[in-house]
Design a protein around this ligand. Sequence first.
Ligand SMILES: Nc1ncnc2c1ncn2[C@@H]1O[C@H](COP(=O)(O)OP(=O)(O)OP(=O)(O)O)[C@@H](O)[C@H]1O
Ligand SMILES: [Mg+2]
Length: 701
Amino acid sequence: MESNDILEELLNIEVEIQDVQEQIRALIERQENLYERKSELSAILEACKESGKEASNVASSAVENWSGPFDWDSEADDVRLNVFGISSYRANQREIINAIMSGRDVLVIMAAGGGKSLCYQLPAVLRDGIALVISPLLSLIQDQVMGLTALGIPAYMLTSTNKGDEKFIYKALEKGEEELKILYVTPEKISKSKRFMSKLEKCHHAGRLSLISIDEAHCCSQWGHDFRPDYKSLGILKTQFPNVPMVALTATATQRVQNDLIEMLHIPRSVKFVSTVNRPNLFYMVKEKSSVGKVVIDEIAEFIQESYPNNQSGIVYCFSRKECEQVAKELRERGISADYYHADMDVNAREKVHMRWSNNRLQVIVGTVAFGMGINKPDVRFVIHHSLSKSMETYYQESGRAGRDGLPSECLLYFRPGDVPRQSSMVFYENSGLQNLYDIVRYCQSKRQCRRSAFFRHFAEPLQECNGMCDICAFSSEVKEMDVSGHAKLMVSFLQDMQTNDQRSTMLQLVDKMKVKQKELGSELKREEIEQLILHLLMQRFLKEEFQHTAYATNAYIAVGPLAKQILQGKKSVKLEIYAEQRTKTGIRSVKRCLGSSGLELKLDELRKELSCAHGGIFPHSVLSTEQIILLTSQKPNSLEQLEKVIGKLKTEKYGNRILEQIEKYSDFKTTDKQETVGRDAKRSKTKKNLVLIESSEDEE
Ligand SMILES: Nc1ncnc2c1ncn2[C@@H]1O[C@H](COP(=O)(O)OP(=O)(O)OP(=O)(O)O)[C@@H](O)[C@H]1O
Ligand SMILES: [Mg+2]
């Protein structure tokens, strides 16, 4: 054997070893994920077996009966209705409140908008002393404090900017002389301010620390989607104040995150309440995204104008800051009141946009993910993703900003394969970044599987009915399978040749090359179908993405994947799913029954805006929630007593007369209007000698 041959063989073996190592690495990663998933699924199965319960209340591990009766039942009901203006509890709220009132530590997993705040705010009002609430963002805290103040509950926040409040708060903690019920702080206060901790200890020592609440608790865990290092130090709270009930709340936590939280916060004996991740009021839909930017904006604008003509609030999420500015501008050019929000803006400008939107003076915020956790607006009617999120978890969170008031809302995701490399080159260095991205790509590509079921599967929860609340379940479009094994083989072997020649190809370049190459097969796929095929092969690990840094960006290339041999050896057939016929034109079904469908609703909406300005700039939804407006419109109370039953004493005292005045005015107007109609129609019937049937039009015109 000549030394050249030996060298060549050595080189080949080296390459093959690298290839095998790569496959082993990929398989080990896959194995780890499968183990994790397996343990999650087993845990959930156990929980289901134990409780014998259905999915609607998945895993309340509580053995005790937390529904009651308890001594504080009637007082709690009174505060719920007359202070918070809430007419009945939602799932698990009563039980959580009872567990906290009984002095237990509690872990709450409840979907976005499920009503977690009430679970600690109500016990905070009922229990003697001061409740401490840890929350990650100032904007969230401001929102909560403003809302509680509007309800007459003495709530404050400790920030470095307001020294006046600081003095007051320290006095309240130390001496108990001032009126303070709920104190909000960011976790930095616990980890960094010795002074604060010493005041808190004094408060506890005097028996005045009523409970500790840790909101957005997933921030504690580095396995959560939004880990914050300062949350790590919160373990000290249970050590210092062991007898004070602690409640940790979050919208999403996998089994792993839940275990992490219990350990980090030192609450091993906590009562756990896990509610379903299902958001039955949200309609999920994936839209094929045109490669022409203008067409996408036209579609989005048309959707907003047709479905939400009364300025109902929405969010459009974009990939980059530049894209946010561009999309906002183009929406404005199409007559939609929209503005952008991203991390590059200065704080004041950002706050201004947020405020205009929260006060319903701006319809649409076009934001990056920076516009995320701080949003507390309950009546967001639509969330549109101009490009895909980086994982199922973040998509669930972001789309979950819609419909927190429980009313029907829509979540649209515009997807095209070309957006995938943009995301993958951002996430590939994160822990399981690519894996998470590919999960949401599968969600987008799916043409048969209910969107909702993908969430259940992701969060390891038993399936529930979708009730036609996603595009797959709502529209019956026939799906065909197309055998593209020949194209797949051609693509993989072509990439292999390129790699042998030290060449690389991006997704776009590969599509161009395949357009030409596929002619040899005599069967041509469309551009979009080739893109779809590339993604399909990526998801199955027949191909893989590789990344290279340049001075300005990270480029994503398509390369031969660990399982490519199966394609090359013809062991695997590859099929693409395609719609047999075009789906409906815009494809968007309106899930209406929100504000603006009747005259009185609009009048009450205007009134809440006016009252919110008059009462020190609180948000309109703090005056009346959309749900309350809908109730008032259907029940039309005509006395303060009747009104109280719908919105509670406090709001009735504050705004009752104006609300009744408006209802009365509108009813008068309707009656006059009806009488006139009767008159007109009577005349018409006289002249035409016809019987005219006048139906009660109610408010559902
Ligand atoms: N029992 C109830 N009946 C009617 N509305 C309620 C009830 N409980 C809470 N709400 C309302 O639902 C909305 C969402 O509540 P909340 O802010 O507590 O949600 P959350 O679970 O903390 O959500 P997120 O995870 O997004 O923070 C608020 O407008 C709140 O007033
Ligand atoms: Mg919350």
